[in-house]
Design a protein around this ligand. Structure first.
Ligand code: HEC
Ligand code: HEC
Length: 366
């Protein structure tokens, strides 16, 4: 894979030198690269930073530089939405760790959803491949098709999206580059976007450096927070592994409102969470544990954005969650001191990493 890529890059470089050397008349007609390639070139796959539990080159379906380039355009291209204004990046903002700084998402025509956009970081390396707050998608490629058809997100049908992209002549060559021919089809669209998402890796955080043996990477409050996180506070019961999530579903009571006497208790959750997918009453109000990587960049918190700050999330755990009939048995009052709460906040700040930032390409295929 790597040698083949190097050979390809050499070949491209050689071509362009030859082109410059040859006179206009003697060069066979080979159009100059379109202007929009300038700030979205084919680049070698990024190397996973410290703390990321895998390498892009090992992924199936294969992540290639050509798929990533195509996926990067598609991720930021608002023409994929019904009003031409919403792209994946509208809700998954790079500087917010590909999450957002709003309680819930706003999609086409200013329509509000009911859930917050989770971060898309290190998404290719989960413990279990379950996507969305309720785990209803089983792969990133499958996941990417959801928002396109969601009436309050991008508001298109899959055939609308295919039609839109087919009508933009410039896109065809990049489907050929990525998939071998210029057939524009929803699974390829989603596959290219998933390849781009896979490259959004965050690592080399203070915590990763400390974990790798640098004793100075964490300061004293952060070290105290670390001991609480993995000890007295028991956060690692659910926030574990390289992404600090078990990819499982738990009820913390977020979103719970005591229903009127005699009403169905489950109506206390406006959003039933995992129960909607499994049909099991026991999963009522349970949501997927989010990664805690770069968590400081995306307040407010939780599936409904109802918790304003990191300190407030820890106070929620400290009081043992919000009591409700389905509360996780792993959430109990913690009896933390104020200094311990601060230490946990400090430790969460040490999970801010690097390597994932990006910005929208300045121009798109036409
Ligand atoms: C209007 C806002 C909005 C747009 C546009 C949007 N998303 Fe999302 N995204 C969300 C919300 C909200 C969720 C959580 C939905 C849920 O759990 O039901 C989500 C969930 C996800 C997840 C799952 C993350 C996880 O940890 O489970 C991924 C991946 C994702 N979106 C990628 C994309 C891609 C790719 C696009 C473009 C094709 C896109 N999103 C467009 C708001 C948006
Ligand atoms: C029983 C499992 C469990 C335990 C224990 C747990 N968490 Fe969580 N955590 C979750 C789940 C599930 C969510 C999302 C809940 C929701 O949105 O309804 C979450 C959300 C969060 C968030 C918000 C992240 C975001 O992107 O919105 C933070 C911060 C957090 N937890 C930190 C902690 C800390 C610190 C501890 C220890 C004091 C802890 N968690 C203990 C399961 C757990």
């Amino acid at each position: 894979m790597r040698p083949a890529l190097a050979a390809l890059l050499c070949l491209l470089a050689a071509c362009s030198t030859a082109e410059k050397a040859g006179s206009v008349a003697s060069t066979p007609a080979r159009a100059a690269p379109p202007s929009w390639e300038a700030d979205n070139p084919v680049k070698p796959l990024p190397v996973a930073p410290l703390g990321v539990a895998g390498e892009l080159a090992d992924l199936v379906p294969q992540v290639t530089p050509e798929k990533v380039r195509l996926g990067r355009w598609l991720f930021y291209d608002p023409r994929l939405s019904a009003d031409g204004k919403v792209s994946c990046a509208s809700c998954h903002e790079p500087s917010a760790g590909f999450s957002e700084r709003e309680p819930v998402s706003t999609g086409v025509a200013g329509k509000k959803g009911t859930r917050k956009a989770p971060p898309v970081l290190n998404a290719a390396f989960p413990i279990y491949p379950v996507w969305f707050w309720d785990g209803r998608a089983g792969s990133l490629g499958e996941q990417a098709k959801g928002p396109m058809e969601n009436p309050v997100e991008m508001g298109m049908t899959h055939s609308d999206i295919e039609g839109t992209l087919r009508s933009i002549r410039g896109y065809g060559r990049y489907f050929t580059e990525a998939f071998g021919d210029d057939r524009i089809q929803i699974d390829r669209i989603a596959g290219a976007i998933a390849a781009y998402e896979a490259t959004r890796m965050s690592g080399n955080s203070a915590y990763d450096r400390w974990d790798a043996g640098d004793p100075k990477a964490l300061d004293e409050p952060q070290r105290r927070g670390f001991r609480l996180f993995f000890g007295k506070a028991g956060c690692n019961q659910c926030h574990l592994g390289a992404n600090l999530t078990d990819s499982r579903f738990h009820n913390l009571g977020v979103g719970w409102r005591q229903p009127a006497p005699g009403a169905n208790p489950a109506s206390g959750f406006a959003d039933p969470g995992r129960a909607k997918v499994t049909g099991k009453p026991a999963d009522t109000g349970a949501f997927k544990t989010p990664t805690l990587r770069d968590v400081s960049r995306r307040a407010p918190y939780m599936h409904d954005g109802s918790v304003a700050t990191l300190r407030d999330t820890i106070l929620l755990y400290d009081r043992g969650g919000n009591a409700n009939p389905w509360l996780s048995p792993d959430v109990k009052p913690l009896h933390l001191t104020s200094a311990e709460v601060d230490a946990l906040v400090a430790f969460l700040g040490a999970l801010d990493g690097e390597g994932f930032l990006d910005e929208a390409p300045k121009s798109f295929p036409r």
